[in-house]
Design a protein around this ligand. Structure first.
Ligand code: PLP
Length: 435
């Protein structure tokens, strides 16, 4: 839940720097990212993939949609892992961080021609093709550039991952990819084969996000290996790659568990190897794309309390509304997915009794709720600091300017030192786009 350099118990600190000091130096709301923890998590996934798959380990592509900025891209470069980008903007950040295009994989269900041409011209390793239109578009752009582009086909294997509807991505009724069940995948394969500027390397799927348990991934492995065998039987050659996406779950609340990379990769490798043996297929190279599981637990958001209001509900019970200086513009997940978070008083300890509270933001929306129901010390007053853990994934990256609230800064902390890696937006930034 908290990253490894955070201490709670008395006043919250990260790498020895107290919450009060952080608020004084950087203001609130701010996202604090634990650099050592980020690096350790990324390496843990890389090591686990290598240990489980040996010489068939492909690449860990960090899913940069979870959170990216130029400094984080530099960390990815240093670590030597890959990065998955799903827009031209994410690709620009990866390139600005100096990541070798050979370590970049390009996604998106509606890539523009400009995005495709840019990806091909910088020399990205793999483009994951999502539609019939894209087969033509990527083939045309590659031919124009005089290149043969490596591609994977994104398939929907018809798996109902046990997660929120908006973050389940591999059942039939989704906008992504080619369905295996309907035969669309087969039509796409035939179309790719006709393009001399495309080299089909294999298949990709991302079954959803915040998934616990390995069953859905094992079913995915079985369906994909079966499909690889069908391909081999039809075309008398084997495809060398699978990319099985991200989606590994993390702990947001104390009662949650976090997926252990080594266990997840072992389960995946066992399933892939077992089914390959059954079909007498060579084990393909397997890549993965964790986003949340790398960056999610590495950040917390620090807010300052602005107002406190007590209400009596119809059933006579009491609720306290605690308003902080951010809200749905820096964390849309509770409103979007009903995501749950926890928080602690960060600037002091309190021995006061706890009272039923709702943590809300400063936006003009009743639904601007960060935590719907939580027991918090009843002596919380304006000026107190609250820290919300595990906000690294899809927090700052989904932030908006709703109500023209400037987006928060991101501060990296390591070895007792804190530095801004994404500066806070200013009112000037907000006005700069207006003509
Ligand atoms: C194609 C693809 N890969 C990887 C991810 C990362 O998922 P997660 O952050 O849950 O690991 C996503 C998330 O939406 C995705 O769409």
């Amino acid at each position: 839940m908290w990253s490894s350099s955070v201490k709670t118990g008395s006043e919250l600190s990260i790498s020895g720097i107290t919450a009060k000091q952080l608020a004084k130096d950087f203001g609130t709301p701010t996202f604090f990212i634990d650099e050592a923890d980020f690096r350790a998590r990324a390496l843990a996934w890389n090591d686990a993939l290598k240990e489980a798959f040996g010489d068939k380990a492909g690449t860990v592509y960090y899913a940069s949609k979870a959170f990216s900025c130029t400094e984080v891209a530099r960390w990815i470069k240093d670590l030597g892992i890959g990065i998955d980008v799903s827009t031209g903007g994410e690709m620009a950040v990866a390139l600005a961080g100096g990541i070798d295009p050979k370590k970049i994989e390009v996604h998106g269900n509606n890539k523009s021609i400009a995005e495709i041409e840019k990806a091909i011209s910088v020399g990205v390793e793999t483009i994951v093709i999502d539609s019939m239109y894209e087969i033509d578009r990527v083939a045309t752009a590659a031919a124009k550039a005089g290149k043969v582009q490596r591609v994977l086909l994104r398939l929907t294997p018809g798996i109902e991952a046990h997660t929120h509807e908006s973050i389940a991505t591999a059942h039939e009724d989704v906008k992504f990819g080619f369905s295996i069940a309907s035969g669309a995948a087969w039509v796409a394969i035939t179309a790719v084969h006709k393009q001399s500027s495309l080299e089909l390397r294999g298949f990709h799927a991302h079954i959803g996000s915040q998934i616990f348990g390995f069953e859905s991934f094992e079913i995915l492995a079985e369906r994909f290996v079966t499909f690889l065998a069908k391909y081999r039987d039809e075309f008398k050659k084997e495809l060398p790659e699978l990319d099985l996406g991200g989606g590994y779950g993390i702990a947001y609340l104390e009662s949650d568990v976090t997926v252990v990379p080594r266990d997840a990769m072992q389960a995946l490798a066992n399933a892939v190897k077992k089914h390959c043996a059954a079909f007498n297929l060579e084990v393909p190279t397997v890549s993965i794309e964790p986003g949340r599981a790398i960056v999610g637990p590495t950040m917390f958001t620090l807010y300052e309390v602005g107002t406190v209001k007590d209400v009596t509900l119809e059933n006579g019970t009491h609720r306290r509304y605690i308003s902080v200086d951010g809200g749905m513009s820096d964390n849309i997940r509770p409103s979007l997915y009903g995501a749950e978070y926890t928080t602690i008083l960060a600037n002091r300890t309190s021995s006061a009794a706890h009272t039923s509270s709702r943590l809300v933001g400063k936006h003009c929306e009743t639904g601007d709720i960060i935590i719907r129901e939580i027991d918090l010390p009843e002596d919380i007053v304006p000026g107190d600091l609250l820290a919300v853990p595990a906000t690294g994934a899809y927090g700052r990256s989904m932030a908006s300017n709703y109500n023209h609230v400037p987006r928060p800064s991101v501060v990296a902390v390591k070895d007792g030192k804190a530095r801004v890696i994404v500066r806070r937006e200013s009112i000037e930034d907000l006005l700069a786009l207006d003509i």
